[in-house]
Design a protein around this ligand. Sequence first.
Ligand code: FE2
Length: 339
Amino acid sequence: MPNDRASPHLVSTGAPLVAGWTAQKVADFGSVPLQFEHELQRHSLFSDEALARLIENAKREDYLVNTMDVTTHDLSSRQEGEIRDLSGEAVLQAVKNGHIWILLLRPQRSNALYLDLLHRIYAEFSSRVPGFKPYLVNMAILISSPRVQVYYHCDIPGQMLWQLRGTKRVYVYPNKMPFLDQASLERIALGEATEFGLPYQNSFDDHAVVYDLQPGQLLHWPINAPHRIVNADCVNVSFTTEHFTRSLRRRYYVNYANGVLRRQRGWSDLSQATTGPAYWAKLGVAAAYRLAGAEKKRQKISKVEFRVDPTAPNGVRPIAGYGFRPGSNLEVKQVQPGE
Ligand SMILES: [Fe+2]
C-alpha cells in the first residue's frame, strides 16, 4: 500500500478539506446521497506506517475484524475475529492477501492529531451548511482486503465515508420501508442486533444510488440510509466520520423507545415524530427501560471465531469461539435517553 505522497502538514495549512460544494448540495445536505472531494489520502495520518502503529497499539475495545464470503451476499458467512501477537506490518500483509476487514475505532482517543482532523472536518461542514450543528462526533479507519464486502446494513449516527486508497463500489438505498425495516432499525437502536440486522433482497439494488468510490472522494448519505460495499480487486483504506445533531439524537431516542413499546406493549403503528407530548412520553419509556437494566440483558453478544494470521488461508485461522460484545458505535451508547 504505497503512500509516497504523504504530507504531514496538510491539515494544519488551513486550506479547506472538502471541495465540490454547490448551492444545490448545501440545500440537499442530509436529504439525498452526496459526493464531495478531498485530499486526505495524502496525509501521513493514513500512511502504512501510521496504520501499523494504530493496529499494534489497539486494545480489544479499539477494533473489530471480520471475514466473510467475498463471492456473494451471505450474512451467515460473516465472522468476528481477533488480532493477537502480530506486528502491524504482519496484519497489513494479512489484509493484502486475505479476506478480512479491520475497523480501527476512535483513533482520535489515542492520538490528538486525529481529533484535530475530526474537529476540523466538522467545523468545515458546519460552516458550509446552515443549521448543521454536530455536537457528538466520532471516526473509524477501515482497512480491507481486495473484493471483501460490507454487507447490507444501516448505521445509527449520521455518516460520511472518506476513500483513501483502492476503489470500492458503494450502494446507498432509501432510508424508508422496505429498505429500512422499522422494527429491525429499532432492534439495532436497542443494541439487540448489530447494524447488519436489516432484511436485504437483491431487488433492492434497483433502487440504490451506486458509486465507484475513488481515493479523494467522500460520500454522505441521509440518516440510517442502508448501504453495502464491495471492494474492487485491491486493498482499500477508508475512514468514516459519524455525528449526531440534536434532531438526529431525537430520532435515535424515538427508534429506541418505539422498540421498547413494540415489544413490551405489542404496539405496531408507531410514529417517528420527534416533537410533541408523545415524543416526551416515549423518552420516559426509554429511560425507564434503560434504568431497569433491561437493555443490557437483551444486548447481542457476538462470537469471536478466528484469529488474523497472514500465513493462514484468507488470513484467517479458526479458533475455539468465545463470546464478545462488539464495540461499534460506542460513542452512540454514551448518549443517555432524556439528555
Ligand atoms: Fe456503514
